[in-house]
Design a protein around this ligand. Sequence first.
Ligand code: ADP
Ligand code: UVW
Ligand code: MG
Length: 401
Amino acid sequence: MKVLVINAGSSSLKYQLYDMTDETVLAKGLVERIGMDSSILTHKPTGKEEVTEVSEILEHTTAIRKVLEKLTDKEHGVLSSVDEIQAVGHRVVHGGETFKGSALVTPEVKAEIRRLFDLAPLHNPPAIMGINAAEVNMPGVPNVVAFDTAFHQTMEEKVYLYPIPKVLYKKHRIRRYGAHGTSHQYVSRVAAEFLNRPIEELKIITCHIGNGASLTAVKGGVSVDTSMGLTPLEGLMMGTRSGDLDPTVVTFVMNKEELSISEVNSMLNKHSGLLAISGSSSDMRDITDGWEAGKPNETLAFEMYEYRLRKYIGAYAAAMNGVDVIVFTAGVGENSAIVREKTCENLSYLGVELDKELNKVRSGEPRRISTPNSKVEILVIPTNEELMIARDTLQIVQESK
Ligand SMILES: Nc1ncnc2c1ncn2[C@@H]1O[C@H](COP(=O)(O)OP(=O)(O)O)[C@@H](O)[C@H]1O
Ligand SMILES: CC(=O)OP(=O)(O)O
Ligand SMILES: [Mg+2]
């Protein structure tokens, strides 16, 4: 079965086409700047040359139509007809308490995702646009949704509740939900396989540090705590998101600077984190370059980022009463040897011993970067949210027949 996986953002759409007979990627790509004047489509067919096309793409339906044109193009395509695509899988960030796993898209499922718009105003609306666009362009083809929150539905009440009046949970379902669950689940499973140990025995801390960043405590294969909360703003310092702060900062700033709710939301989600402290960039590559060059703002941004990451690792070792494995994944986790080195340097009290040479090796494969003496296994595992979504899509579509 050929499965198209879509990860729709507000102004972007990432895609991967899988042949699920052997889980190979036939093509992947990205549409950026949807709704802006010059949209960019980058299409990478496996084994063929990458193509980039600039045009006006005003909304997601057109974006998917353009992607399907590329997938069936004589020169750059990998399919003879769109009909070869038998199912579409979508990443949805917020599934609330309703979705504990992936689901076949029905009118009811779409209504529930819409009902959750309030809880993920940045993430869920584009997901619905992606689903609608797939339905318009590929009528009759089943759609499946995979939720970032689903893996974290195993957290206990004492972990997911905030210590605020309970009526707010009853009325509005305000609680910790977490995100990046597909990634945390995937890398924790691969870690257990890599170590050849049953996941049921392991205490794993998975560090998904990309543009958005979150940590999860995975005990016995299930999520017992995670750093993102009601929305993907809580927890670690990120590229443009603040992560943890005293909630009074919000009301104080709103009052003193006369900011509206949407202005303060935008400040915390889009103008904070590495970008705010460095004053120059949200990209860890630029921050690291600045730190190496001795620039003070980038150095402070780097140190704050690493310090906050390390504090969370300590917290999750405490949450599980120990840790056997720490996994680094996503853009920063997979690529930044210096972030991993500095973080591990200060975890010696846990018995962490990093092999600095192994840490520098670049590879797209799961790998160990701790010494044989280290009490904690330190692994780098490339995440693959799309493959997880494609697998769930295949299974759910087959079961529904
Ligand atoms: N070589 C590298 N060194 C440090 N950071 C990197 C490197 N390559 C990528 N990154 C970081 O990874 C981030 C993107 O991570 P990714 O997981 O792809 O994020 P997202 O899925 O949220 O777009 C970039 O913003 C960049 O900071
Ligand atoms: C939930 C979230 O933060 O997603 P991303 O890392 O893709 O921004
Ligand atoms: Mg991501």
